[in-house]
Design a binder for this molecule. Structure first.
Ligand SMILES: [Zn+2]
Length: 602
């Protein structure tokens, strides 16, 4: 039997049993996209989601005791949650795992990716200010403690440094969570959720969880299993339930308003029990909870789709729910939640004069043929009037003290209040604190009067995604070049006169139901072999749940643009510009709506 037959077929219990008796460990992977429901998330009875987990263990944790197979211990914790809680086996004699289950598995060894645990230091080893023993983390219920933040940051940093290509939810195995006295607080787990647990900030996500862009934002801290005993499966399942987007609650939309539970509808009265109940939890995972968890699993980087049959689980065991109030959600994301992601630098913008207002800027500095180029995406509001723009700047200003100067224009037609164009080199940039390419503060002068301050994240609620560019841009409608991907989008290219020139563009849309936004640089009319009237470019995804779910970076000149020109009329046909064929790092077609002469190199 081939893998594809297995993928297409139903669970094949006998094939699994044979493989098991033969001592063969098999994984069958369905690489082709799973059967999708209309909203893009694989159907509820569809494939099993293997969600990768990246463990760290803090020095002093019993999981590091000499002679222990730490990776195996950690894997077992995930397997316990997976097979005893998420996908319980109603028949202990069968290898099959059907029934009302989530079809979500947690693992540090998903097919094609091994995530060996990372050992990290205790951020605050025992001392006068740091209670407890080595490996203990200070907990200050109900608020997050600095040490909880620090241990999550240290784990994320270890993975980014040591295994930057690996993916998965961050999980930290600590010794215990303790109070100021050094005694355990009763908190056994802490989770930073993949989106802000806030019904206002996350209003869109609450109605459509698959627009979440979790990146590596979700993180759990777990008390070592030696201190959680028979409830460990429950603890692990509950904490990763948060990491998969579930707030505390009964998992029921009690008031029928389309959103439910702690993070999305805090006004609801908890009328029952579920895995996610804050107190007196049960093993119930409701259909709504399954939907949300599967949506977040779907968009979690690294998640694999597989057939279910080839997942051996540990033998089922009795699971004791934990006592009430044993964990918490870190509220940090409700305070600071907007960031442009790793491909651009996030700045917060304020006025250099007395105007009220704020905004965000996603800034990219890159060298192209030894010339630094600054491109950016910005949005926000001045005195309640919203704006959205992109711009491009280079050195070589008439006013020498400036570091960069350039042009920008407002994107308009999606509810924005402003529709201005700032052509030429009339917006100036100077680093007033720190150095390029990422100064801490930038002063904007000339046509604008702003101050940009570098931040890791900012409390900012983004505008809704645009669907049109407005009059300052050449607007293109986008589709896949070979019709392999379903999806559509727009590209807004900042207009600058006659080519050749270098400019910025903004793009957004969706592929296969997953959204993206990016800011790009386009060298129009740049001669490349075999092309007449085209150019080269690159783009960086803006990685934020409101802006899009993709988070890729395509370096300058990794895209090749070829003009599409069509002949029109008889005799001496007129050549009409239809758009661009874009190849290289992408394959897509940019369709230019109105007539355009092909004589102009675009
Ligand atoms: Zn909880």
């Amino acid at each position: 039997m081939t893998a594809s037959n297995l993928c297409r077929g139903l669970l094949n219990r006998r094939a699994y049993a044979v493989a098991l008796h033969a001592g063969i460990v098999m994984f069958v992977i369905c690489i082709s996209p799973p059967s999708a429901s209309s909203d893009g998330i694989p159907a509820p009875n569809g494939p099993f989601f293997d969600v990768p987990v990246r463990w760290c263990v803090v020095e002093g944790s019993p999981a590091l005791v000499s002679g222990a197979d730490t990776d195996a211990l950690l894997l077992l914790r995930l397997a316990g949650a997976t097979w005893n809680i998420y996908n319980p086996d109603p028949n202990p004699d069968s290898f099959n795992r059907p029934g009302s289950n989530t079809l979500i598995g947690l693992s540090s060894r998903i097919p094609n990716q091994r995530n060996p645990f990372q050992r990290i230091a205790d951020p605050c080893p025992p001392s006068a200010n740091c209670p407890g023993e080595l490996g203990d983390i200070l907990d200050e219920m109900p608020f997050r403690s600095d040490e909880e933040d620090a241990v999550i940051s240290a784990c994320r940093a270890a993975w980014r440094t040591n295994l930057p290509d690996n993916t998965g939810i961050i999980a930290v195995n600590v010794r215990r969570l303790v109070g100021r006295s050094g005694a355990p607080t009763g908190t056994l787990g802490v989770t930073a959720m993949p989106y802000a647990c806030n019904a206002i900030i996350s209003a869109n996500i609450c109605r459509d969880p698959k627009i979440t862009n979790p990146g590596d934002m979700a993180a759990v801290i777990l008390t070592d299993a030696s201190f959680t005993g028979s409830s460990d499966d429950f603890l692990v399942a509950h904490e990763f339930g948060h990491a998969l987007g579930l707030g505390h609650g009964d998992g029921i939309d009690n008031n029928g308003n389309g959103v439910f539970d702690e993070c999305c509808d805090p006004s609801e009265i908890d009328t029952g029990k579920s895995l996610m109940s804050a107190g007196n939890g049960s093993l119930t995972i409701t259909e709504l909870q399954q939907e949300v968890a599967r949506a977040i699993a779907f968009v979690t980087p690294g998640t694999r789709y597989e057939t279910l049959a080839f997942h051996p689980g540990p033998s089922p065991q009795k699971v004791e729910p934990l006592p009430p109030r044993f964990d918490k959600i870190i509220p940090s994301l409700t305070k600071e939640n907007f960031s442009c992601g790793p491909n651009t630098i996030t700045y917060s913008a304020s006025a250099g004069d007395n105007r009220q207002g704020n905004g965000v800027r996603c800034v990219k500095i890159q060298n192209i043929e030894s010339m630094p180029h600054l491109t950016w995406y910005g949005e926000g509001q001045w005195q309640g009037q919203t704006y959205r723009h992109i711009g491009e700047a280079t050195p070589g200003c008439a006013d020498r003290p400036l570091d960069f100067c350039g042009a920008a224009a407002d994107i308009h037609g999606n509810g924005e209040s402003f529709n201005n164009n700032f052509p030429g080199k009339i917006i100036g940039f100077k680093a007033t604190n720190g150095n390029w390419p990422a100064p801490n503060e930038i002063r904007i002068s000339g046509a604008w009067n702003e101050v940009w301050n570098k931040v890791t994240a900012i409390n900012y609620v983004p505008l809704l995604r645009p669907t049109t560019c407005g009059s300052n841009f050449d607007e293109y409608a986008v589709s896949d070049l070979n019709n392999r991907r379903q999806g559509a989008g727009i590209r807004c290219v900042l207009r600058k006169g006659s080519s050749p020139y270098t400019t910025a563009w903004f793009g957004n849309g969706e592929w296969e139901g997953r959204t993206y936004s990016h800011v790009g640089i386009f060298r129009i009319g740049h001669a490349i072999s075999g092309t007449i009237g085209g150019g080269v470019g690159g783009a960086s995804d803006l990685c934020n749940s409101a802006l899009g779910q993709f988070c890729n970076n395509f370096r300058a000149d990794s895209l090749r643009f070829t003009s599409i020109c069509e002949s029109e009329g008889e005799g001496r046909p007129r050549r009409r510009f239809r758009g661009f064929k874009v190849q290289g790092a992408w394959s897509e077609v940019w369709d230019f709506g109105p007539d355009g002469p092909c004589a102009i190199e675009r």
